[in-house]
Write a protein that binds this ligand. Structure first.
Ligand code: APR
Length: 230
């Protein structure tokens, strides 16, 4: 029985046509983080923030999983052991590919959250500042996305999974954003073999036992095939 924890970032969805954040021409070159990805930005201009996430929701709804997402779903189905995907991505391409054990630590574009009563529901394609919460009726609905300055979801469950992991794999993430960037150190501390699969060395590349560089659609299926033969 092998226990595998996989952290994914924007790089795994890049070949499905969804932009990354920090690559050249990425989302953070086009938008100011303070304006569209902080609670303060949302308080200042909720329409601007909804416009940003509405555009991303529409794009994600059209996107299809690529060979990397598909390989991870195969791994979960075929491995004699457990596979947990912890994704920083707010798209649903892991689920579209058939993965079932997925934690969205930075939230999900297809969910809405009430800032007053914390109720969650399926987001409509277009959200607006005046939308009322279906439970408490407050016009305080927001995308269910974790912004800078907020605490990511499921941190206790993730910490527990990392402490039991035999293998920890980080795919398509720059390693610039904490706490996710520290998962490799946590997994390593508990004895996991740690692997980075990324287009290029991430900020934390030296902390991994093994690194493989190239597009996720190539490196991930190759690694999954090896892991299933083990
Ligand atoms: N295959 C593999 N890796 C790729 C590919 C690809 N085809 N294309 C790009 N990459 C790599 C880049 O080299 C980069 O290291 O993916 C990484 C993407 O990094 P970021 O844009 O920083 O995305 P991510 O690490 O997911 O960002 C973390 O930052 O703003 C927040 O909340 C947002 O969840 C996000 C978090």
């Amino acid at each position: 029985m092998t226990n595998i924890v996989i952290l994914t970032g924007a790089g795994i969805s890049a070949e499905s046509g969804l932009g990354t954040f920090r690559d050249e021409g990425g989302l953070w070159a086009q938008h100011r983080i303070e304006d569209v990805a902080t609670p303060e930005g949302f308080a200042r201009n909720p329409q601007l923030v909804h416009d940003f996430y509405n555009a991303r929701r529409a794009q994600a709804a059209e996107a299809q999983p690529n060979a990397a997402h598909a390989a991870l779903a195969d791994l979960e189905n075929q491995l004699d052991g457990d596979v947990l995907i912890v994704t920083q991505n707010v798209d649903d391409l892991h689920e579209k590919a058939g993965s079932r054990n997925v934690v969205h630590m930075h939230g999900a574009l297809n969910k809405a959250l009430c800032a007053v009563c914390d109720h969650r529901w399926d987001a409509p394609l277009l959200m607006a500042p005046e939308d009322a919460c279906p439970r408490c009726n407050a016009p305080s609905t927001r995308p269910d996305v974790v912004w800078f300055g907020e605490i990511p979801y499921a941190m206790e469950d993730i910490a527990e999974a990392l402490s039991k992991a035999d293998v920890f794999v980080s795919i398509g993430t720059s390693g610039e954003v904490y706490p996710a960037a520290n998962f490799v150190a946590e997994a390593d501390h508990f004895g996991a073999h740690t692997i980075e699969l990324n287009l290029e060395p991430s900020a934390g590349a030296s902390r991994f036992s093994e690194c493989r560089f190239g597009p996720a659609s190539e490196t991930v299926p190759t690694w999954v095939t090896e892991e299933l033969k083990r």
